[in-house]
Write a protein that binds this ligand. Structure first.
Ligand SMILES: Cc1cc2nc3c(=O)[nH]c(=O)nc-3n(C[C@H](O)[C@H](O)[C@H](O)COP(=O)(O)OP(=O)(O)OC[C@H]3O[C@@H](n4cnc5c(N)ncnc54)[C@H](O)[C@@H]3O)c2cc1C
Length: 341
């Protein structure tokens, strides 16, 4: 879970985050340094002391010193490069659907990737900006043109960049659902900004995709856009899968508006399932403050209204220690911990 720990590239380093240093106070950058950063990227474009909760699906998290919304690849490169050059800690934010932000917020700059370009090319090819929402925007647009592939990921909150980071996945269509479908099956390549400031075009192999994994966990590359190759499919067939997938999700997953959450908290344990282990330990429905282990799905923690990151962390620790004691399995968090806790 040290995705943004001490060894991580600067733009994804998280002050006070990760298992190793949770709770430890990390001194933030000086006001003068933050001001220099604001001057470098445009003072009128930077917001100060911005609560992060509304920028996450968990609706939890304290303020960022600075918040910058990058609307073009050039703005994203500038925002990341300026942070690196000045030594201002930064975090690259997508839809905020796979993170828990600490109650004390983030010392440095949070850069929201908001590149929402979308271009349709011949042969089922699509070029999508990294900040575009996969659902509903990208999926609706591709389905309307009879292009299949991404429709399997209906109902999952993500940006295109976040989908690459984690190799977005979902069970194959009903009725069989005998395999998991992954984002990389439809990807041809991407434009990335490397940590040394180079903009490169790379193919899918570069990412060494796995389950909940791509190489950018290690490299710290930022994704600027992604090219996809989709499959011409009758629209009625796409809509059938969409209906079935949404119904399947409705039965098992929280309604995001009623129960804000960050999806699965712990990584998959092959053949067993983290949720099943937590359930077997009798923790389903267990609450601490306004945070609760979801009553229908024990690998999801929901915010019942006004939950704090500290309350969520208590439940994470409880699940981990109880499962280890009762079953011998070690649960590993899938979500990223961002900022100071
Ligand atoms: C209700 C719910 C259901 C979910 N169901 C599923 C599911 O079925 N399958 C599944 O796979 N996931 C699921 N998730 C998890 C989540 O949707 C995915 O992990 C998603 O891809 C996160 O994307 P994001 O844009 O929100 O990324 P964020 O949470 O904003 O960021 C996650 C990581 O991606 C990095 N990142 C974001 N943008 C970029 C970029 N442009 N370049 C480089 N790095 C970047 C961030 O720095 C961070 O480290 C679910 C989440 C919720 C809330």
């Amino acid at each position: 879970m040290d995705r943004a720990g001490a060894d991580a590239p600067l733009h994804q380093r998280r002050a006070g985050s990760g298992d190793g240093n949770r709770g430890q106070f990390v001194t933030g950058p000086e006001a003068g340094l933050l001001e220099r950063y604001a001057q470098a990227v445009g003072p009128d474009r930077v917001r100060r002391n911005v609560p992060l909760a509304p920028h996450t699906t968990f609706r939890i998290g304290g303020p960022a010193d600075l918040f910058f919304r990058a609307r073009t690849p050039e703005e994203l490169c500038l925002a990341i490069s300026a942070a690196r050059e000045l030594g201002v800690p930064s975090f690259l934010l997508g839809r905020g659907a796979n993170i828990l932000v600490g109650d004390k917020g983030f010392r440095g700059v949070v850069i929201r990737c908001d590149i929402r370009t979308l271009e349709f090319l011949p042969g089922g090819r699509v070029l999508a900006g990294a900040g575009l929402d996969t659902f509903p925007d990208l999926i609706n647009a591709t389905v309307a043109r009879g292009l299949g592939g991404l429709h399997h990921f209906v109902g999952i909150p993500s940006t295109v960049g976040g989908a690459v980071w984690q190799n977005l996945h979902f069970l194959a269509p009903a009725p069989a659902r005998e395999r998991t479908m992954f984002w990389d099956e439809f990807m041809e390549g991407a434009t990335i900004l490397t940590p040394d400031g180079a903009v490169r075009r790379v193919d899918t192999d570069y990412f060494r995709f796995g389950y909940d994994y791509s190489i950018i966990h290690e490299t710290g590359d930022a994704v600027l856009d992604v090219s996809l190759k989709l499959v011409p499919t009758p629209i009625a067939e796409l809509r059938r899968v969409i209906r079935e997938n949404l119904a399947w999700r409705d039965e098992r997953h929280p309604d995001m508006w009623l129960y804000p959450c960050a999806g699965s908290i712990f990584k998959k344990i092959d053949g067993i399932g983290a949720g099943r282990l937590i359930d077997e330990c009798g923790l389903k429905g267990h609450a601490h403050g306004a945070a609760q282990i979801f009553h229908k799905h024990a690998n999801i923690i929901v915010n019942l209204g006004g939950a704090t990151a500290a309350e969520v962390m208590t439940l994470i620790d409880l699940a981990r220690t109880t499962v280890a004691r009762e079953t011998g399995y070690e649960l590993e968090a899938e979500i990223g911990l961002v900022g100071e806790f």
